[in-house]
Design a protein around this ligand. Sequence first.
Ligand code: BGC
Length: 248
Amino acid sequence: MKVLGIDIGGTGIKAAIVNTITGELLSERHRIDTPKPSEPKAVAKVIKEIVKHFDWKGPVGCCFPTIVVDGQCKHHGNLSKEWIDVKADKLFKKECNGIPFYVSNDADLAGVAEMNLGAGKDKKGKVFVITIGTGIGSALFYKGKLIPNVELGRIYHTDGKIIEKFASDSARKREELTLAEWAKRFDVFLNHIKIIHTPELFILGGGISKKFDNFKEHLTVDVPIKVAKFKNNAGIIGAAMYAHKKNK
Ligand code: BGC
């Protein structure tokens, strides 16, 4: 089935039409910068523009970069605080003339794509899909089943600061870290997760995962690591798969 998948990030909003059975992208990716400030109205306008760009009239799956329960934001993440308690699915549906929207956490949906069709296929133990971008997203799977909204990027690191402020890709850019300096920070994060969760596998996604071969030598964590098969498209694909499943 063909579904439009949209990945709303802290920096960019990306979309494509997806074959939800194979995970293949059936269109070019279309990207628009995340509006600043990233208030609900402004983001909804961009979603409308994207739907118009694809001339899309069917169901839409949407990854959202915050805690989401039943389509409703429970935390603002790296977006405007105005998102708290907003029903994102209803807001986007209203903005786009009533077409159905299915919205869930970005890392959880990237994880859905990777566990069903990608690097985590057939893995039955505890697996974490970690997306590294503006924030650090995390999805936990056990026996192939998603345990939603795990939010590992929000654990404290030092001085009451959350660890994604220290080890995300935006921290690397902001502090102009070398890849090695950043990887050593990310390794602190992975080692911490290893102690508290004992995963059998980490799957890394987000733009920087493409550079894995250039930074893996700085990772000491004693857990197998794979790069997301769908790289930075995992969110778009997982979002489309989610909408396909929910729209039945
Ligand atoms: C949010 C998560 C999100 C991650 C990646 C974090 O700031 O709390 O919900 O998955 O960023 O976008």
